[in-house]
Structures are given as C-alpha cells and as structure tokens.
Design a protein around this ligand. Structure first.
Ligand SMILES: [Zn+2]
Length: 419
C-alpha cells in the first residue's frame, strides 16, 4: 500500500428522509466499499455517507480499520501539509466533510450562520449551536436533483401575494399592501417574519386552503409549483414550509453534474435526488420549516441576507482544472471559500488521465464505473482497484494517475483543500 494513496471506508447514516434500500446511492456505495460490514436492508432509508474526520462518524482505513483522524495525527505534516495546519489550526481533522446524499423527502429549510454570527450564537446558546464555525455547503447533482435555494425574485413573490389569497391572508393585509407597493429587502423581511411567526393552527388552516387551490386553480401557481406544494404537503401536512419554502424560495432543478453553492445566511433545503455534498466541518443550522426540530425564528429572521436571485444565478459554473491532463474531462467546482473545492473527473470511455499534486489533503470517490488508480510512476507497487462506491485518501502533493480500460463511462469526485 502506498502511504500517499489508500482506500478508506466512510459511514452511512439512516436518517428518515433518505431513499430506501438499494434505490439509495448511499446504500449502494457503502455496501460496495465495505460489503463485509454494510448489507442493504430494503426497508431502511439510507440518507448520507460521510467521508472525513468528523468524530461522530469517523472514516477508517480499509487495510487496518484505523481511524483516518488517527493516521493524520500520526504525521499531520505529511497528511494535511504545513499550510493547512497553519491555516485551520488542527493536526487531526480535515477542514471539510465530504458526503453522498440520497434524498427521498424534503430536508429542513435552513440557513447557516457566517463566522461572526456563529461565534455569537455558540457563545450564547452552545446547545443549539455546537461550534463557532461557519458552514458553507456545495451540492453537485449525481442524478436529477431539486432544492430550495435563496429567495425568489421580488417580483415573483409579489405575484404570489397578488394571486394566492391564502398567502396574503397569512401575511395580513397591511404587510401585503406594503410589500406590493414597494417590494424590497426590507419589506421581504417583514413578509418572511410574519409567515415564520404565525401560529401553527393558523398556518395549518391556510395551508389546507392553499392545497385546495393548487387543485381547483393550478394556473395561479404554474404547474411545477402546484405539483411541488402537493408533494410536500404529503410529506409535511400543513407545514409553514409550504409558504416560506414553496412560495418564497427558488425551486432549483439541477441535472447531473450541475452544482450550487449555498452562501452563509441564505435559506435553502434539499428536496429530492442524489448528490455529492461538501461542507466546512461545522454543525450550525438555523431551521425554518419542514422540521420537527428546534426553530430559532428570531435569529433566522434577523440573520438572513434577503438577497434575491433567479434560479439560474444560484448555479455554480465549473472551471477547468489546469493540473489535470489525459483522456478525462475535469470540471472544478470552486466556491469562494477556503475549506474545499470539488473536482469531477469524467471518462466517456477507455483512457488514462493524470492529476498533478494538490497542496492539501483529498478524498476521492467513484460515482460510476470501474478503473485503476495509482501514484505516478508506481503502477506496479501502488495500484488500487477503483469501483463504484470506492473511497480513497490522497496525501498532499501526490500525483495520481487514473486508468479506465472498461470502455464504459467512469466518473470520480475529488474533494480537496488547498491553503
Ligand atoms: Zn444546509
């Protein structure tokens, strides 16, 4: 085994919103990578596969069962690199957590604090805000994927208030009028605050009427939105998310390979599909809807940016990866934060590709197909089989070669951090 490139085992999580059994990419990947310990129970949801050093679900080495965090801490200069240690201050942990998500039911509508707010929240309420870090997140679609992401354009929310009486009744005549005559960040915050602070039974009453209207008058919504409200009402009957999510947030639909980056203090929720997700190591979540968990409405209403975009602007366009060469195509998803970038490596058919070293640690996963991986020049001694669901750690500066001899598509995702 090369010490610069080795196979690791991530941990699956059975949250209730996950896809069932082998319909879940999480289940298939986890089973393929660790068939001895992970069998697929068709009646169980498989929601997330964690790859990283988070102590809650530690990634381990395939060869020895050791925790990746322990291997890193045995030689942090080698496995993280001096720049990462200096920048992020840990000699044990990766700055990012890489995940596969398989989503059957909508997740909580949520936002994550920026660094400054995270520090304040953690200090005043450590139970609900367990650390002082920000939590930027990025999703790259593996299948068709839908999510809520950011507020809709102001004009579209105005249209909903004008055409959907249940929405304007929930918001109240005064604030509806104020918004319609002058849509702005300030009036949007008032509308959102009114929705979020409404009594549960009032929300449920108008949600029932809203659902009826999606059937009796679908043209008031447009076909996609009427269908979305009906689907999500089955999952969370009468929930405030039908208003603050469906009527106020962008409904983004991504094709395989498309990505979105979630800025701090932007409301979002994943709705359905399989994705690769990468995030900074943090657990700070401020929830708004579609959740039985704690909702911190005051902090939420106060902290959001209320910036509005159309759906296309929410997508993150990939950039070329100058350090990749050969027969694969490389797409770099590089959000404007320090903790991570994600690289997609895609072969359409047989071939060979090379990646020059990256100045920090990486986790690599195969999402489709089979091939071989090895450190450049060490084909005979370090070759690893690469297969759908296989997960690998790559040390800083290691030059990796990838070979596809199958003639079939072969796709890998690599998360890494460079200081
Ligand atoms: Zn989130």
């Amino acid at each position: 085994m090369s010490s610069d490139l080795f196979r690791v085992i991530g941990g699956p999580q059975n949250y209730a919103w996950g896809k069932l059994g082998s319909s879940s990419a999480v289940a298939r990947f986890a089973h393929a990578n660790d068939p001895e310990h992970v069998s697929i129970d068709e009646s169980l949801p498989y929601a997330e596969l964690w790859m990283g050093t988070h102590p809650k679900v530690p990634t381990t080495l395939y060869s020895s069962g050791e925790k990746l965090a322990d291997v890193i801490s045995s030689n942090p200069e080698k496995y993280l690199g001096p720049k990462i240690i200096a920048k992020f201050g840990s000699k044990t942990e990766l700055p990012f957590l890489f995940k596969v998500l398989s989503i059957e039911k909508v997740l909580s509508i949520q936002a994550h604090p920026d660094k400054k707010l995270a520090g304040q929240l953690h200090k005043s309420d450590p139970k609900n805000y367990p650390d002082d870090n920000h939590k930027p997140e990025m999703a790259v679609a593996l299948t068709d994927f839908e999510a809520f992401c950011g507020f809709k354009p102001l004009s579209l929310i105005k249209e909903h208030l004008e055409k959907i009486p249940e929405f304007s009744k929930l918001v109240g005549a005064d604030i509806t009028q104020e918004y319609i005559s002058s849509p702005s960040k300030a009036t949007l915050q008032k509308v959102f605050s009114k929705v979020m602070n409404a009594e549960e039974d009032v929300v449920a009453k108008y949600a029932g009427e809203l659902l009826e209207r999606t059937k009796s008058q679908p043209e008031a919504f447009g076909a996609t939105l009427a269908d979305l409200i009906q689907r999500l009402d089955v999952q969370f009957p009468g929930d405030v998310g039908l208003f603050c999510g469906c009527l106020m947030l962008n409904h983004c639909i991504l094709k395989s390979g498309e990505a979105m980056f979630l800025q701090a203090c932007e409301p979002h929720a994943y709705i359905s599909g399989d994705i690769m997700e990468c995030m900074a190591a943090s657990d700070n979540v401020i929830r708004a809807g579609f959740t039985p968990k704690f909702k911190d409405v005051a902090v939420l209403v106060d902290s959001l940016t209320y910036s509005t975009n159309n759906v296309e602007e929410q997508k993150l366009t990939p950039a070329p990866f100058a350090r990749g060469s050969g027969d694969a195509t490389f797409a770099l998803y590089d959000p404007p934060i320090d903790e991570f970038s994600v690289l997609q490596i895609e072969f359409k058919s047989s071939g060979k590709a090379q990646m020059k070293g990256v100045d920090g640690p990486s986790i690599l996963i195969v999402s489709e197909g089979t091939g071989k991986l090895f450190i450049k020049g060490e084909e005979s001694s370090s070759t690893l089989d690469a297969f759908e669901g296989g997960v690998y750690f790559i040390a800083p500066d290691a030059e990796v070669e990838i070979v596809n001899t199958s003639g079939k598509p072969f796709t890998l995702y690599r998360a890494y951090c460079e200081a």
